[in-house]
Design a binder for this molecule. Structure first.
Ligand SMILES: Nc1ncnc2c1ncn2[C@@H]1O[C@H](COP(=O)(O)OP(=O)(O)OP(=O)(O)O)[C@@H](O)[C@H]1O
Length: 461
């Protein structure tokens, strides 16, 4: 398996994973392998004939589009299974165990000339400035990203964006990449994760290709490097990145860096790198407030043509506060659940679909004081009257109702209830509860009153 094929394919899979429902990705793409990149053709090994047909018929065009995004070339695709392919030009030994033929996807449309060894550019087409919702939590980072995209290397260089998991750092970086490419189609835009940078660097040492590696990264117009905190503890990669940084910066080209924390908090980061990261502009992204979360969900629903009622959007936004990826995941889950159940999307359905991910609904806290208050109001009494030992019928009956409701709606023990109602014995409480239960069975209007009182207490808890 060639290294280049491997690298291209792993980045293409990253792009595809972001675009496809996870079940489709897992089923059809996760087990594929790049076996070769010969001329303009990527040969992809797939486990069996069924997967081969499915990929060729359903996914070939999306895969080619993603390959184009990664390599900036129009590549042909050939799917192969081991054993019977005269055209595959791939040794059977290249297949992982359990593979078996060849399927050729129709050739891609001619057009864009091959771009040779240009830096990889796996930008997610969905991560643009248009799809990014601006709120108080990300306004600063958004404004800085826009300024950099509009005038690369003229405003803040580097731009260092940091913030917690799933808050939109990668989205903003891709948005910069898209806008720069849109305004200047010949700009060499390189988006790379720190992990990929590190792996490529290690591979280049192993394959004695460090010069090619350096040329590739140092000749970009804009380097977008994600998750720089992963440089922690990698001395040689830090050293290489230091030189890459200097070369790009000195050439007056733009660098944008993302991290889950500010430079000062990245352990074992060399001082010379730390200070360079602080040269330009540091900006943070905070977790979004409720309004922004609602706006993000509404936008996503809109973009994906999903009809989701407002109360469901608010329900999800209220319960998931700190990670936008999870927020979006919850919406996807609700929509998928409704599809599977063939039911309209409603609040009940959303609660059902999310019951395993959301924290349990806050248990209502019904107190004896609340019950006394509601019962006293209903019967036109003072709460204090329920607590004293007065035995007149006007007070005795409401007090029995309140005791019954306290027994039904709280965990208080019988003696404790007795204490709350003027220091009565627990047998008095048992008697009250039995009497009210019996009366309510015999008298529908009392049953109705009790039901009303329960609803009022629950709504006030
Ligand atoms: N302001 C926003 N408007 C719309 N979508 C957003 C916004 N912020 C984040 N998202 C979406 O939330 C998801 C997670 O965002 P992203 O991958 O950019 O987070 P991240 O900060 O890079 O996370 P990580 O630290 O895990 O790399 C993406 O689908 C992104 O489109």
């Amino acid at each position: 398996m060639t290294n280049q094929a491997d690298l291209v394919w792993s980045q293409t899979l990253e792009v595809l994973e972001r675009q496809l429902p996870s079940a489709s990705f897992e089923t059809w793409l996760k087990k594929t392998r790049a076996l070769a990149l010969t001329g303009d053709t990527v040969v992809v090994g797939v486990p069996n004939e069924f997967a081969k047909d499915r990929l060729a018929s359903r996914y070939a065009s999306l895969i080619r589009q993603s390959l184009r995004q990664v390599t900036q070339r129009n590549l042909n695709l050939r799917f192969v299974v081991p054993g019977d392919s005269p055209n595959a030009q791939v040794a059977a030994s290249a297949f992982p165990a359990g593979y078996d033929g060849v399927a050729e996807a129709p050739p891609s449309a001619p057009g864009t000339p091959p771009a040779g060894d240009s830096p990889y550019k796996p930008l997610n087409p969905k991560y643009t400035f248009d799809t990014f919702v601006v709120g108080a939590s990300n306004r600063f980072a958004h404004a800085a990203a826009l300024a950099v995209a509009e005038q690369p290397a003229r405003t803040y260089n580097p731009l260092f964006i940091y913030g917690g998991v799933g808050l939109g750092k990668t989205h903003l970086m891709h948005a910069i990449g898209h806008l720069v490419s849109q305004r200047n189609p010949s700009a060499r835009v390189a988006y790379v994760s720190t992990e990929t940078f590190t792996n490529e660097f290690i591979n280049s040492i192993r394959d004695d290709k460090t010069v090619q590696f350096q040329n590739r990264y140092r000749s970009v117009d804009i380097l977008l490097i994600d998750d720089i905190q992963f440089l922690a503890g990698k001395e040689r990669t830090q050293e290489e990145f230091y030189h890459t940084f200097n070369a790009i910066h000195e050439a007056n080209k733009q660098i944008v860096i993302s991290s889950d924390r500010p430079p000062r908090e990245i352990p074992t980061l060399e001082d010379r790198l730390r200070s360079r990261f602080e040269w330009g502009l540091l900006c943070d992204i905070q977790p979004p407030d409720l309004e922004t979360r609602i706006a993000i969900l509404s936008k996503k629903a809109n973009l994906e043509h999903l009809d989701v009622p407002d109360d469901v959007i608010s329900y999800i936004a209220t319960h998931i506060e700190t990670n936008i990826r999870e927020l979006e995941g919850a919406l996807t889950r609700v929509v998928a659940y409704a599809g599977l159940m063939r039911a309209p999307i409603s609040l009940d359905l959303a609660a059902q679909a999310l019951k395993d991910i959301l924290p349990p609904v806050r248990p209502r806290h019904i107190t004896v004081d609340l019950i006394m208050q509601v019962v006293a109001d209903h019967f036109g009494l003072d709460v204090e009257e329920l607590k004293v030992r007065k035995r007149t019928r006007t007070v005795a009956f409401p007090r029995q109702v309140a005791m019954y409701l306290t027994r039904e709606l709280t965990d208080l023990s019988l003696p404790r209830i007795g204490e709350e109602f003027g220091g009565r014995d627990h047998t008095t409480v048992i008697h009250a509860c039995e009497k009210i239960a019996e009366d309510a069975r015999a008298d529908p209007s009392l049953a109705h009153t009790i039901q009303e009182l329960v609803s009022r207490i629950q709504s006030m808890a």
